[in-house]
Design a protein around this ligand. Structure first.
Ligand SMILES: [Zn+2]
Length: 297
């Protein structure tokens, strides 16, 4: 478990799974040879052969007034097209409890976007029905993001996009049930959740993608979501993901994030970054091209 304190806000990582290798489909430019050239990635974000290491986890953001969970992973019992993601029986809720949180005390659920691996634990299967996992929470979803997936589903048009195919069934088992329970608030892309937490638009990966900005007692953090899938994209900002809705826009978003946050005292917490998961964006000490993530290790 990783945990970070940002002013009065405590952020806790609850891991669903960590994956080494087999991730090249998501970042086609990140070949083993190219990854090995990025000398700061191993051993945490890549192995010495050049295979990327990634993680699927949720982040609990506890402020003085809120207990919020950001991105709810893949979930159990869901039928998915990726073999390693289908019909999972993982102890995620037990691990959430071990981290100190009961499902009924979570008061806010926030999905950075509505992809399959970010909404799964919105619901769980009980007596053959999908019910909200967090019955006392408001589920915040970006209005623009929701409208895109709602339309994609109702059009039933095969867009030919691999990412959209991966998302089949997700609205039905992980989004609609929380709507039907009356728990969803559709919000703008710069919505302020509470004094310490606000959304920041980081589109491209999906049309309504947002990151989560935390500010407390002069300290700052940013939970990226998938605008940066893997730290290798910090060195190569133009390495877009095959799951991106608009690869040019996701690249622009990464360029803008670097302009805003490089060499600044803001902790960058990745939604798929393997342990240690967080660090600071820095220019290269040797004056070399590109940026890197300084995890302090
Ligand atoms: Zn995604």
């Amino acid at each position: 478990m990783n945990q970070w304190q940002v002013g009065n806000v405590k952020i806790t990582r609850v891991i669903e799974m960590e994956i080494a290798g087999g991730t090249k489909f998501i970042l086609p430019q990140a070949t083993r040879d190219k990854v090995r050239e990025i000398n700061w990635l191993a051993p945490h974000f890549a192995d010495k052969e050049g295979n990327l290491i990634m993680s699927i986890h949720a982040l609990v953001v506890e402020t003085p007034t809120r207990k919020m969970i950001v991105d709810t992973c893949i979930g159990n019992d869901k039928q998915r097209s990726i073999p390693n993601w289908t019909n999972l029986k993982l102890p995620f809720l037990e691990d959430l409890n071990k981290a100190g949180y009961q499902t009924d005390e979570i008061d806010t659920v926030m999905c950075t976007h509505l992809h399959v691996d970010h909404v799964g634990w919105n619901t769980m299967l009980v007596d053959g029905k999908w019910i909200p996992t967090f019955p006392n929470a408001r589920y915040l979803m970006g209005r623009k993001e929701y409208e895109y997936w709602d339309k994609a589903e109702s059009d039933k048009v095969d867009s030919g996009s691999a990412a959209d195919d991966l998302n089949l069934g997700v609205m039905g088992d992980s989004v609609r049930p929380v709507f039907d329970a009356g728990l969803v608030d559709l919000v703008g892309m710069d919505h302020r959740v509470c004094d310490e937490v606000f959304l920041e638009p980081t589109t491209g990966h999906t049309p309504g993608h947002v990151s989560i900005h935390i500010q407390s007692e002069g300290e700052e953090a940013l939970i990226t979501g998938d605008c940066i899938h893997h730290p290798c994209q910090i060195e190569h900002l133009d390495w877009a993901s095959s799951a991106d809705f608009d690869q040019a826009a996701s690249t622009t978003t990464r360029v803008e994030l670097m302009e805003k946050y490089v060499n600044k005292d803001i902790l960058i917490i990745g939604t798929h970054f393997a342990t240690p998961t967080a660090g600071h964006l820095k220019t290269k000490d040797d004056g070399g091209e590109g940026y890197w993530l300084d995890t302090g290790l």
